[in-house]
Design a protein around this ligand. Structure first.
Ligand code: ZN
Length: 318
């Protein structure tokens, strides 16, 4: 059985539609927001406005990649999905170790218990308070994807532990994995780790890898079955869009169009039109996809990148 688990229930993979593979709608509290206040996204009304606009611009689905204790607000995601009609997938799992105190329970509990807490968010419901209180209160919304993360040019011990926990939970639940890489590094090392922990790389998406837009490196990763998440469009501080276009063309020419997804990763208030930024959640569909077309990327490959690959990659397989 294959299905997609959104915050409002399950749908068929073919119902998912045009998907933003990695984005953010609400961030209130958590380690990332403490580290950088621009990462606070506290307006449900703005998120509803952004998602209604995304829907008008032919967007159908978005994956909110805030995991446990990174400002995730599951009840607000439900409200945004209900009000906008966009399919929203919530995630469980963990961000990089720098966002969790050394005393955080993730660093104390055995890996099997961490895996169980992740799996229960997929199978039973997301914990409303991010497992921060003595009372566990679960939302009716279940997580549809498991996050793990790696540091820049290194995988820290907590990250290795949570990759193992993510793999154990993925095997138990059938849920896919989507990672955070820092500047696109540690992709091949993450593939080796998930294989070691018994997960087929086909079930894994490596996020932000376009921050390291080295075509040969991307071909090597894709050849092992992973899907690569590109979310750098509009972020000239990393690379201009032209670099990402060339990377996508190179990957398509090499026969890897089945291994790419696109996302906005609008984790900063300064990225949203609704707060005070210039672009926001429509940039990919309004600006970047037309440029892909102008650059000669085929409609068939665009359809794969926006629709077919996400439908496969976010399926829960049992
Ligand atoms: Zn993100």
């Amino acid at each position: 059985m294959r299905y997609i688990q959104t915050v409002l229930g399950t749908i068929k993979p073919e119902e998912l539609g045009v998907t933003d593979y990695h984005d953010h709608l609400i961030t209130i509290g958590g380690g990332e927001e403490k580290a950088d206040r621009d990462l606070r996204l506290d307006r449900v009304d703005y998120a509803i406005e952004a998602m209604r606009s995304f829907k008008q611009h032919k967007g159908d689905a978005l994956v909110d990649m805030n995991p446990i204790d990174c400002g995730r607000q599951i009840e607000m995601l439900k409200e945004i999905a209900q009000a906008s009609g966009v399919h929203i997938i919530a995630c469980t799992g963990f961000q990089r170790s720098i966002y969790y105190d050394p005393e955080h329970w993730v660093n104390k509990y055995p890996v099997e218990e961490v895996a169980r807490l992740i799996a229960e968010e997929v199978e039973v419901g997301v914990e409303i308070n991010n497992y921060n209180g003595p009372i566990v209160t679960r939302s009716t919304a279940k997580a549809g994807v498991i996050k793990c993360a790696t540091h820049y040019n290194m995988i820290k011990p907590m990250e290795r532990k949570t990759i193992e926990a993510a793999c154990m939970a993925s095997i138990r639940t059938g849920a896919p994995i989507s990672t955070h890489t820092e500047r696109g590094t540690m992709g091949l090392e993450t593939i080796e780790l998930v294989k070691k922990f018994g997960v087929d790389p086909c079930r894994v998406t490596l996020g932000h890898v376009d921050r390291n837009p080295d075509l040969e490196y991307h071909k090597k990763m894709a050849a092992q079955g992973v899907t690569l998440g590109y979310d750098g469009p509009s972020r000239a501080k990393y690379w201009p869009d032209s670099v990402i276009i060339e990377l996508i063309k190179g990957m398509c020419d090499a026969g890897y169009a089945d291994h790419i997804m696109l996302g906005g990763d609008n984790g900063r208030a300064s990225m949203w039109k609704e707060y005070y930024g210039a672009y926001g959640h429509n940039y990919i569909l309004d600006v970047f996809v037309p440029r892909m077309r102008e650059s000669g990327i085929s409609e068939e490959n665009i359809e794969k990148i926006l629709v077919k690959n996400p439908a496969r990659q976010f399926s829960i397989e049992k």
